[in-house]
Design a binder for this molecule. Structure first.
Ligand code: ARG
Length: 269
């Protein structure tokens, strides 16, 4: 039985100024060449795909000097029209927050606030049905979780990441629909693994290879799941679970430690 897609509303940032100029995660090697034009072509493919799947995509203008700005997921978390703008861990990215504050304010969102505590938006906050799954360990401060629970008025499940390769929750876990997730257990502390097993006994578990290929950095509309093409076993697992996986090639963005989900901020109004 095929699963049901629901139309989504996304915010994206074109990688016009994309580059790897510094290293704030183990994937980033400033010595390796990048090709901004290829990054743009790969990103446009993703943006156009969202449109073909019936989703609405808005764009926020990239700013020069912010080479990681393409990773829109990190800019904010939006739930029930309430916007909590990120506070970045690293100074190299902190100026991105201002762009999100202005964008959301200019769009007439009524409640727009920059978080007091360090958090990197949907990099570490994943909305799963009525709860917010919240990562910590590398970027988002554990104190930010209480702030998010308070601001959005939803239960927050704190999860601790332990492997620096999976520095954001969205590199180790993807929400497929209100009840279903897929994740890579070794990226989490023992206690967090127990929490996940309890909440999601039927979750899809990713292999080490697929997790390392960024397979969990996926975007799902409840039916179509867009994920890096190299995560071949995960693609088969998704088919077995009646999802429609769509393989993506975002090889340029992988050089900065990001892929499909990192480029996509969901606007929930
Ligand atoms: N280079 C960026 C950083 O380290 C990549 C961010 C990826 N975004 C994400 N949602 N995981 O901050």
């Amino acid at each position: 039985m095929a699963r049901t897609a629901t139309p989504r509303h996304y915010l994206m940032v074109r990688p016009t100024h994309f580059d790897v100029e510094y290293s704030i995660n183990p994937w980033m090697d400033p010595g390796k060449p990048t090709f901004a034009q290829l990054a743009v072509t790969q990103w446009e493919w993703l943006r156009d795909l969202f449109g073909e799947l019936g989703h609405r995509v808005e764009q926020l203008d990239p700013r020069p000097g912010l080479p990681d700005m393409v990773f829109a997921a990190n800019g904010a978390t939006v739930l029930d029209g309430r916007v909590l703008v990120a506070r970045f861990r690293h100074t190299q990215r902190s100026a991105e927050a201002g762009a999100y504050l202005s964008w959301f304010r200019s769009r007439g969102y009524e409640s727009v606030r920059q978080a007091q505590w360090v958090n990197e938006g949907e990099g570490d906050y994943l909305v799963a049905g009525s709860r917010l799954l919240a990562g910590t360990g590398f970027r988002t401060s554990p104190r930010a979780h209480a702030e998010a629970a308070d601001y959005f008025g939803v239960p927050v499940v704190s999860l601790t990441l332990v492997d620096p390769r999976f520095y954001h929750l969205d590199t180790a876990l993807a929400v497929l629909d209100e009840e279903m997730i897929m994740y890579y257990p070794p990226a989490f502390s023992d206690e967090s693994r127990r929490v996940l097993e309890d909440l999601y006994p039927d979750a899809i578990l990713a292999s080490a290879e697929d997790a390392a290929a960024f397979g969990l950095n996926a975007v799902s509309d409840g039916r179509h799941v867009i994920l890096p093409q190299a995560a071949t076993t995960l693609i088969a697992q998704l088919r077995d679970h009646d999802y429609d996986p769509i393989p993506a090639d975002l090889s340029e963005l992988l050089k900065a430690g990001g892929s499909v989900k990192c480029c996509t901020l969901e606007l929930r109004t």
